[in-house]
Design a protein around this ligand. Structure first.
Ligand SMILES: NC(=O)c1ccc[n+]([C@@H]2O[C@H](COP(=O)([O-])OP(=O)(O)OC[C@H]3O[C@@H](n4cnc5c(N)ncnc54)[C@H](OP(=O)(O)O)[C@@H]3O)[C@@H](O)[C@H]2O)c1
Length: 277
């Protein structure tokens, strides 16, 4: 595929564009908030969502879960034959198919270290998506970091672990007053956090092997993002923990003195509440 549209140019939409721009793909974007779009270089701005979908072969939906229904309603008459890729928490491929008909859907869950190309993105395939669609999506998201293929029944748990994981990491660093300028302190924290997150991942249903893969990539990407950006942890925590989202649910538990396992379970429950089937 040679053309890609991105609906929603917030934290993740922007990040995706920055990483994918180097590929030989013509990128179109649209965001209803014009202040987010600015004057981007090397990409094209569509007039609206319908205009965007008409111009491209594949579309990434990078809006919040609560905005999905209106976006799907808006594009349903022009989405036939397009590959639709979602990055949203809780939105199932079945829900999108219900709105768009027998559409080719891929559901993904990247995470914040995408900013530095060190994300882990979990990917699952909808009923009508082809192997070629999966390969295209894997290629796209490999610009953001690692890829892990999952069954859809594990995607909410992935949201609770790798999607929200950077939020827990930054919160724990703050509460433990970890000195981000001390390589030794950061390394020790990373080791401990990786083991805690892996054990939380097992508690929400992952095999030990997948749990460790998710935890290792999430811990290392989150910490490297801090080191490279030189920004304080709370800066990224704000961007990850959206109101009513899975990370916020997990952080509420940590702030009440709960364990990381309990936090992950709360995030998983929130993902299920947000879930649209
Ligand atoms: N942030 C993370 O760490 C992370 C990680 C993995 C997955 N995700 C998923 O990624 C998605 C986007 O998250 P984000 O943090 O990038 O959110 P965000 O910063 O709020 O970006 C979403 C953008 O979409 C715009 N938008 C809303 N409705 C629209 C419409 N009908 N047409 C065009 N644009 C519209 C929003 O505008 P307004 O602000 O005006 O509403 C906003 O600019 C979410 O579904 C989230 O679950 C996020």
């Amino acid at each position: 595929m040679k053309t890609l549209g991105i609906i929603g140019f917030g934290n993740m939409g922007l990040c995706l564009v920055e990483k994918v721009k180097t590929k030989k793909i013509k990128i179109w974007i649209f965001d209803k908030d014009k202040t987010k779009i600015g004057k981007p270089r090397g990409i094209y701005v569509a007039k609206n969502n319908v205009d965007l979908v008409k111009r491209v072969e594949a579309v990434v939906l990078a809006v919040k879960p609560q905005d999905f229904e209106s976006v799907l309603e808006e594009i349903k008459t022009v989405a036939r034959g397009k590959l639709i890729i979602s990055i949203a928490a809780g939105i199932t491929t079945g829900y999108i198919e219900k709105h768009l008909g027998e559409a080719r859907i891929i559901r993904t869950m990247p995470n914040m270290p995408a900013r530095i190309g060190e994300a882990i993105t979990c990917i699952c395939k909808g009923r009508f998506a082809t192997d070629e669609d999966v390969d295209f999506t894997k290629d796209l998201f490999s610009s953001l970091g690692e890829i892990l293929m999952l069954g859809e029944e594990r995607m909410d748990a992935a949201t609770a672990i790798s999607g929200s994981g950077p939020g827990y990491c930054y919160d724990l660093m703050e509460s433990q007053c970890i000195d981000i300028n001390s390589p030794h302190a950061m390394d020790e924290f990373k080791k401990g956090f990786t083991l805690l997150l892996a054990s939380a991942a097992v508690s929400v249903g992952f095999s030990p092997q997948y749990a460790m893969a998710l935890a290792r990539a999430t811990a290392s990407g989150s910490i490297n993002l801090l080191i490279k950006s030189k920004l304080p942890p709370e800066e990224f925590k704000k961007q990850i923990a959206s109101k009513g989202g899975t990370t916020e649910a997990g952080l509420e538990v940590l702030h009440r003195g709960g364990s990381l396992e309990e936090a992950a379970k709360a995030a998983l429950n929130r993902a299920k509440e947000l879930s649209k089937n």
